[in-house]
Design a protein around this ligand. Structure first.
Ligand code: NPW
Ligand code: ADP
Ligand code: K
Length: 547
């Protein structure tokens, strides 16, 4: 697991290092510039073989300062370098100004405009050092036009020019992963999109993984600038994440060539080699009426494959035969319309998964209420986990507080953005503005009093106390085939199955593992994936992680 630092947190880390007297801002900037060049040479070894030509686009802050370090270091290595500056050199912050001056002794600087870029000699490398963590508003139009013009340049062999971004492609908000809409309209994002490699410092930032981040960054490399290890205890495995920082969900390998047995491997109940079926939990999944049972069955199948000792599907009596035709290992119970949950669930049910395919109606609300009212009884030592998804959330759309009043700490809501908007209208994507998806999920979790998993290619899991983690199906873990009906039902079942055992770790850890395995299953199956394939791929994925 890696910590993700917001812009403000990154500045605080830098400031603390400088205040401690162990390093100066100039030294950090030098290491940042060197880190970008090292990453470029390692990514494109041919650039390290001989001197080439670089075009370095610099901005009015310290990101621009990094650009001037890069310009100088490349020039010292024999490269031809053409720097362009947006803004007033006299107003650069001190470290950036010092590096601008050091460069000025070596060569000139052009103003960053579309016209000047059009007139530039074809480079082999374009360095984007216009804006980094300090971007506070949409890109100025002159910068947008300059970026767009790069896409129109008549340079020979234009597509073979390498493009690297310092900290982020300029225009990307590193806290939110958003790029301004006007950037898209002007086509600016298209040129930004051509970034092949983004080099950031110390830790990745949320914006590299949220929203448009993965679409515009190319690949992300972290350069160590000597700020020390990011706080290991804050991202400790099996512990809830730090209240103020977010962590990136990643596997933990015991050794470079070994499977990730530590995380997630050791957190899967059946990695421990003893116990009987009830030690691995009993999951109860609710399914809809006739013809609407598929979603519940998918969730149940996922829970069983995830390792739950027992899985029971509960459905209306009219759907019993339909479900019986589909199920063998999964137990089946009928629950008549007015019957109480107690008639089918005893204390040994350690996790409930409710919502997929149930229908948006009063009966669903009533069942949710009954499930949330259950407590660990004589045979269970802690309250059952409750996974609320799909129609269990939709049934409270007009009255979310009625749901939140019933949620307890062992509850997890798993909305997609549409369901999230119905429960938390003011935190909806369309209303979010500068609020990141991580902070939106945090606020939602605090309001609901339980864990919230907000789905998407960027899945955020947040706890009421502020702990948050981000699982990104991005870069080498792209999983577009997961955008398929029923994939969310499988995720809900996975969470229930993984969190059901008595000995399971905290809910956020088990939800992180579910999100991770979900994408591993998609990646392992590959193109053509449909939801039914996900649970069936789990055995292969479990083997691959060393179980
Ligand atoms: N601190 C360190 O020790 C280290 C920092 N490092 C590097 O510093 C970078 C952060 O530097 P930074 O904080 O100066 O921010 P940066 O992104 O350069 O921009 C700020 C400037 O842009 C301006 N501005 C913002 N938005 C604008 C807009 N839309 N349109 C126009 N102007 C706009 C803003 O003006 P203002 O908003 O104040 O009016 C201000 O002048 C970081 O990404 C990393 O690369 C590394 O060297 C490692 C050591
Ligand atoms: N492009 C994508 N890349 C990675 N994961 C995705 C993508 N699109 C959707 N997902 C994942 O697939 C699941 C879809 O869930 P959901 O929207 O609830 O669908 P359904 O209700 O049909 O099951 C979520 O876990 C989501 O994170
Ligand atoms: K940049």
């Amino acid at each position: 697991m890696t910590e993700l630092l917001t812009s403000a947190q990154m500045r605080a880390v830098e400031q603390a290092a400088m205040d401690s007297g162990t390093v100066t801002g100039l030294e950090l900037m030098e290491r940042a510039g060197q880190g970008v060049i090292d990453a470029a040479f390692s990514h494109w070894p041919e650039l390290a073989q001989a001197a080439h030509r670089a075009l370095v686009l610099c901005g009015p802050g310290n990101n621009g300062g990094d650009g001037f370090v890069i310009a100088r270091l490349l020039k010292e290595a024999g490269w031809e370098v053409d720097p362009f500056l947006y803004g007033d050199a006299d107003k650069l912050p001190p470290d950036a100004k010092a590096n601008h001056q050091r460069w000025a002794a070596m060569g000139g600087v052009m103003e960053l405009t579309a016209e000047n870029l059009q007139a530039a000699v074809r480079p082999d490398l374009i360095v984007d050092a216009v804006f980094g963590t300090g971007l506070t508003r949409p890109l100025p139009s002159v910068v947008q036009q300059a970026f767009s013009s790069l896409g129109r340049n008549k340079w020979k062999g234009r597509t073979s020019i390498r493009r690297i971004a310092v900290d982020c492609p300029s225009g990307l908000n590193l806290d939110t992963g958003m790029v301004p809409h006007d950037l898209e309209k002007t086509g600016g994002v298209i040129s930004t999109n051509l970034t092949q490699l983004t080099v950031t410092f110390h830790t990745p930032k949320p914006g590299h993984y949220l929203g448009a981040g993965p679409l515009v960054c190319g690949a992300v490399v972290i350069a160590d600038i000597g700020l020390g290890p990011s706080d290991p205890e804050r991202s400790m495995l099996g512990q809830p994440p730090d209240d103020r920082r977010a962590r990136l969900v990643e596997p933990v390998f015991a050794g470079s060539n070994l499977p990730p047995r530590i995380w997630p491997g050791s957190f899967v109940s059946k990695s421990r080699r003893n116990g009987h079926k009830f030690n691995h939990g009993h999951v109860m999944v609710f399914a809809g009426g006739v013809g609407r049972g598929g979603a519940g069955r998918l969730a149940a199948r996922a829970a069983l494959r995830a390792g739950a000792g027992v899985v029971t599907l509960v459905c209306p009596p009219s759907a019993l035969i339909e479900n019986a035709c589909h199920l063998d290992a999964i137990m089946l119970r009928a629950l008549p319309k007015d019957a109480r949950l107690d008639s089918v669930a005893d204390d040994r049910v350690t996790a409930f998964c409710i919502g997929p395919g149930l229908g948006v109606n009063d009966r669903t609300r009533d069942l949710v209420a009954q499930v949330l009212a259950r407590r660990g009884g004589t045979r269970a030592w802690r309250d059952p986990v409750v996974v609320l998804d799909a129609d269990a959330l939709g049934s409270f759309a007009g009255d979310p507080v009625a749901l939140f009043d019933q949620c307890h700490p062992r509850t997890i809501l798993t909305p997609h953005e549409g369901e999230f908007a119905r429960l938390f209208p003011d935190l909806a994507l369309s209303q979010r503005g500068d609020l990141s998806k991580i902070d939106a999920a945090r606020q939602a979790a605090a309001r609901a009093g339980c864990t919230v998993l907000l789905k998407g290619p960027d899945t955020v899991i947040a706890t009421p106390r502020g702990g948050a983690s981000l699982h990104a199906a991005a870069y080498d873990r792209n999983a577009p085939w997961l955008a398929t009906a029923g994939a969310g039902d499988v995720l809900a079942g996975l969470i229930a199955g993984l969190a059901a055992p008595d000995t399971s770790a905290d809910l956020i850890t088990m939800a992180e593992i579910a999100a991770y395995l979900h994408v591993e299953c998609a990646a392992s199956f590959g193109p053509g994936l449909i939801a039914e394939d996900l649970p069936e791929e789990l055995p292969k994925v479990f083997r691959a992680i060393g179980l």
